[in-house]
Design a protein. Structure first.
Length: 298
């Protein structure tokens, strides 16, 4: 046997011993980072029962009360006392119209009131002097003239008092205050502009609480909702206001709940033989449904 053939068995032996001498690196991860436990899956029984499926409608959320602020008297706008988009309370000062002309008018009318009071006092004193004279010393015509003069003076005083009240009312109109609490919008006129009864709305206040949801429903569903309310199957949200159009067969429902859109659920609708199971936890997408739960609650 040649030397080449004699070394072949030794080469095969060495090659077979290499895996035992140099083991392959382990595929396992570092210590402490092994595979976690399997996920927990909850198995729940599916039962067959009667399920109430509510009807869903796309509605508009609106304020129950909304007020347009208007100027009652004419004058230049001196101050705007609010920030657009801010929340205001009833009685807050919002606009101030120039007051100087109206204050001057109040002073003028007060002077006329004082003049009328003096004239009435003089007429009464003259009448009393005539009555104090002995009978026969003064004619009946003079007495009647004095009585009429007193009546005219009294009427002039009442007229002056009414003019004073009107002047004070006009002075009060120079301060425009919030009649309700809510959120005020954009002002149409700014400081220095001439305002008056013909200027239109200066701003608008919408009530934030409570609000209501307005949505349309068919005549069939409207009748079903009324029947459910009468049978007390569902007490909320109720139907405080409904309007029906006989031409289209649809009605508008106002539910106490300003501009936005909501998906309104109303019901119940009975569907028999439905399979259901209880879900303990879930998540909505960003476009979540909003359900009205009654006055003041959304």
């Amino acid at each position: 046997m040649s030397r080449k053939n004699a070394t072949l068995p030794y080469l095969f032996f060495l090659v077979s011993m290499l895996p035992a001498t140099f083991p392959y690196p382990s595929q396992a991860g570092p210590p402490g980072r092994g595979k976690g436990p399997p996920p927990v899956v909850t198995v729940m029984p599916v039962t067959e029962k009667e399920v109430n499926l509510p009807d869903e409608y796309v509605g508009r959320v609106e304020a129950i009360q909304a007020v347009d602020l208007r100027a009652r008297v004419e004058g230049y706008l001196e101050q705007v006392k609010f920030r657009e988009g801010a929340d205001v309370r009833a009685g807050d000062l919002l606009y101030l119209v120039e007051q100087a002309p109206y204050k001057a008018k109040v002073g003028e009318v007060r002077a006329k009131v004082a003049e009328a009071e003096a004239a009435l006092k003089n007429a009464r004193q003259y009448l009393q002097r005539l009555k104090a004279v002995r009978s026969g010393g003064v004619s009946a015509t003079d007495v009647e003239t004095a009585v009429n003069a007193e009546l005219r003076a009294n009427a002039a005083l009442q007229e002056a008092g009414a003019n004073l009240e009107q002047a004070e009312i006009n002075l009060g109109y120079t301060t425009i205050k919030a009649p309700i609490s809510g959120r005020i919008g954009r002002t149409t006129l700014t400081k220095g502009n001439l305002v008056g009864p013909g200027s239109g709305a200066l701003a608008r206040i919408v009530q934030l609480h409570p609000i209501r949801v307005v949505y349309s429903m068919s005549e069939y569903n409207l009748a079903g909702a009324r029947n459910a309310r009468q049978n007390r199957q569902r007490r909320r949200p109720g139907l405080p206001s409904c309007s029906h159009d006989p031409d289209t067969g649809r009605g508008h429902v106002r539910t106490p709940g300003p501009g936005g859109f909501r998906r309104q659920r109303s019901g119940p609708r009975n569907r028999n033989d439905r399979h259901s199971c209880r879900i303990q936890q879930f998540r909505w997408s960003p476009a979540a449904r909003t359900i009205c739960h009654g006055p003041g609650k959304m």
